[in-house]
Write a protein that binds this ligand. Structure first.
Ligand code: ADP
Ligand code: SR1
Ligand code: MG
Ligand code: MG
Ligand code: MG
Length: 408
């Protein structure tokens, strides 16, 4: 079938042509709504007219960037990588990925399970919901997806095949190179220029060469380090959650990149939420929960990554018997510490990009009171700067928390 951008009517016609889906609905009386709230794509909820509980999601990429419009063209190939990543991550950890019912590279769409009792985590965190299972779930997800797609587990040939399978996602990698590591730290037309103009904090950031040099160091890692298959956009808007379950959606930025990038994205977004509650709600109890959650996520990530690693003796990297046990243990511990260090650096870039860059986050850009918003921006830049300057010397998770606590 040739590509056609769907709408609320044609998405139903499309779905009615997929036999197994009709069986699921048990009726051809379907209705659709467009519920997308992301920057790039269209997302439809298709439901049975009789029983709205019976729903599924159709996500389609369009050949442009939705949040800017047709003048910002972007090929729909990103959906090919989203489909591949959903399938790969599902094969590693099915509990954390929605069921996929149908995928079409020609139509650049995927049909998946509708997560009916889950909400976007960013919204839950703004509402001060405490998710007791989150740190367990997300640490397991990140440790497993990173470890099992890396040269620490795969053979040399398998790893190279994986790189080839995702290497073509160049447009979205370039978007990250520009929008996370470059444009938000210089005068650029894509920035939130209403805020940049006559703003001494923005001018200070743009002329902060110590910070910007370190950002370049991290950008270079992003562009050249092929450690593991990343989600590539693991912010709290890519997590759907309820009290018991955690799902990861929207891996269209997937590529084989540095270990620390997904962990850093998550860290940045939890810190942005901490900033929101420091400035807006001033809720000390919730802030403590966020600090404890960050610590738990990073500790559990390290433990689980090391535990997966202890299960295999041979891989592209390691030949059994190459190091004695004591040296191997030290090597692995240093390895994981370096992942955490890079995560802190990437988190700093990811936080700072949200201040003046094209895509803000609700926790900060959504603050209506101008003085409070400026306070949140200053706090974000302060933490982000320390993360970026100090990332390669961080010795413990507590140091990360200290940087946060001292900023507000
Ligand atoms: P984009 O790539 O445009 O950011 P997303 O995949 O993040 O698109 O989806 C946009 C929104 O659609 C999400 O924020 C969420 O509200 C909704 N959504 C996406 N997938 C599902 C799903 N499987 N179940 C329920 N809602 C979903
Ligand atoms: C204009 S695209 C901006 C951002 O949206 C996505 O979620 C990624 O974070 C990207 O950088
Ligand atoms: Mg999204
Ligand atoms: Mg499932
Ligand atoms: Mg997306």
């Amino acid at each position: 079938m040739d590509y056609k951008k769907l709408d609320k009517t044609t998405v139903v016609e499309y779905i009615l042509n997929i036999k197994k889906i009709i069986t699921y609905f048990g009726s051809d009386d379907l209705i659709a709504d467009e519920i997308g709230d992301g920057n790039l794509n269209y997302v439809y909820r298709v439901s049975s007219a009789q029983d709205p509980q019976k729903s599924l999601i159709v996500k389609q990429a369009v050949p442009y960037l939705r949040c800017v419009g047709e003048e910002f063209s972007l090929t729909r190939e990103r959906m090919t990588y989203e489909i591949r990543a959903l399938q790969k991550f599902y094969s590693i950890f099915p509990n954390f990925i929605p069921n996929i019912y149908h995928a079409s590279e020609e139509m650049s769409l995927v049909v998946m399970e509708y997560l009916d009792s889950h909400i976007i985590m960013r919204k839950g965190l703004i509402e001060k919901i405490k998710y007791k299972n989150f740190s367990n779930h997300i640490s397991a997800y990140m440790a497993a997806t990173l470890y099992y797609t890396s040269s620490l587990y795969l053979s040399s040939a398998q790893k190279r095949e994986l790189v080839e399978r995702f290497n073509g996602n160049r447009e979205l990698c370039k978007l990250t190179e520009d929008l996370v590591f470059s444009f938000p730290f210089m005068d650029h037309e894509t920035n939130d220029n209403e805020n940049v103009e006559n703003n001494p904090d923005a001018q200070k950031l743009f002329s902060d060469m110590e910070f910007k040099e370190k950002v370049l160091e991290l950008k270079y890692k992003f562009m050249t380090q092929s450690d593991a298959l990343l989600h590539g956009d693991l912010h709290t808007g890519s997590i759907m959650i309820n009290e018991n379950e955690t799902y990861i959606i929207d891996p269209e930025f997937a590529f084989v990149g540095p270990f620390g990038f997904d962990v850093g994205a998550l860290l940045a977004n939890l810190v942005n939420n901490y900033i929101h509650h420091s400035v807006v709600t001033k809720d000390e109890d919730y802030k403590s929960w966020l600090l404890a959650t960050i610590k738990d996520v990073l500790e559990k990530f390290s433990e689980k990554f090391l535990s997966f690693w202890s299960e295999s003796k041979e891989s592209a990297l390691l030949v059994d018997g190459y190091l004695d046990e004591v040296s191997l243990k030290k090597y692995k511990e240093r390895f994981v510490k370096n992942i955490l260090r890079d995560s802190v650096g990437f988190a700093g870039c990811k936080m700072a990009r949200r201040v003046y860059g094209v895509a803000g986050v609700e926790e900060i850009r959504g603050i209506e009171d101008e003085a409070l918003r400026a306070e949140a921006e200053r706090m974000a830049l302060k933490i982000a700067r320390e993360f970026v300057i100090k990332y390669d010397k961080i010795e413990s998770i507590d140091e990360i928390l200290e940087i946060m606590k001292n900023a507000g």
